[in-house]
Design a protein around this ligand. Structure first.
Ligand SMILES: [Mn+2]
Length: 270
């Protein structure tokens, strides 16, 4: 398994669980200095980052791009894959597709988390799930066409009322018959929703394509009460060799969160 750390370039996401903020170059320099293998970036738009400049930054610091988040589509542009408005749904799919076009040359998957939206007074849950299925089907097709992977992230009940557990995500994707969609296992969401984290990981098995590495309180691993050793053992058991990516609050500050993350990573992964 490899280590990664999040960089958020979306001012509207202020207060969110990201280690580094605002300055991509400074964040890459810091991530490399702390010993991370990769960075996970949340850009405000698919065209916000110059690919050549990012390539140079990554190469200069010996970093990979672990994944790219699409959450700005929601927090900045107010798009959702399950909106009651057909035009907004179409724009949401296009936004994620453009994010995939940006990320694919870096061999980085794109994450669908908050962009999935939720059922509400305008969209009943079965309808929202149908919209989500339609969107993931289109995104899967795009991922296939450009040779990349999409990561679908189940969120906790306070963030969505669509799919909250790894098992429900597996069942949903199995029914869709997508080819290029994997599941993002976020240890913070799982702490709220799963009866048993290692069991949930073992049952999801090869579906797991990415891990958000956070403690029970969304702080850096080691700053809460999650028992990480059985979780890592389950990931090893299912053959997971991807990233543990720190999507955590920058508390007490970014550098301390980064140092704590990498210390825990070295302790439990080796
Ligand atoms: Mn997450």
């Amino acid at each position: 398994m490899k280590s990664a750390v999040t960089i958020c370039l979306v001012p509207e996401a202020r207060g969110g669980p990201f280690v580094y903020w605002d300055d991509l170059a400074a964040a890459c320099q810091q991530a490399a200095a702390r010993g991370f293998d990769a960075v996970e970036i949340f850009p405000p738009d698919p065209e916000a980052i110059n690919p050549q400049e990012l390539r140079t930054l990554l190469d200069d610091h010996g970093l990979s791009l672990a994944a790219v988040g699409s959450g700005a589509g929601w927090v900045k542009h107010h798009l959702a894959l399950t909106s009651s408005d057909e035009t907004i749904r179409a724009k949401a799919v296009a936004f994620v597709q453009r994010m995939m076009d940006f990320a694919a040359p870096f061999d980085a998957p794109v994450i669908v988390g908050s962009m999935q939206g939720k059922a509400d007074a305008h969209v009943a849950q079965p309808v929202a799930l149908r919209y989500l299925g339609n969107a993931l089907f289109k995104l899967d097709e795009h991922a296939h066409n450009i040779g990349t992977t999409l990561l679908y992230e189940p969120l906790n009940r306070y963030e969505t009322n669509l799919i909250n557990t790894l098992a429900d995500a597996v069942q949903f994707l199995n029914a869709l018959q997508t080819q290029q969609v994997k599941i993002l296992a976020d240890l913070f969401h799982m702490n709220l929703e799963e009866a048993n984290l290692p069991d949930a990981i073992r049952n999801a098995g090869a579906w797991i394509g990415h891990v958000h590495f956070a403690d029970s309180n969304r702080r850096a691993a080691g700053f809460g009460h999650t028992d990480f050793l059985p979780i890592i053992a389950a990931l090893v058991e299912v053959g997971y060799d991807g990233y543990l990516s720190a999507e955590v609050l920058p508390l007490p500050d970014s550098d301390t969160a980064a140092r704590q993350t990498i210390a825990t990573f070295r302790q439990i992964v080796g």
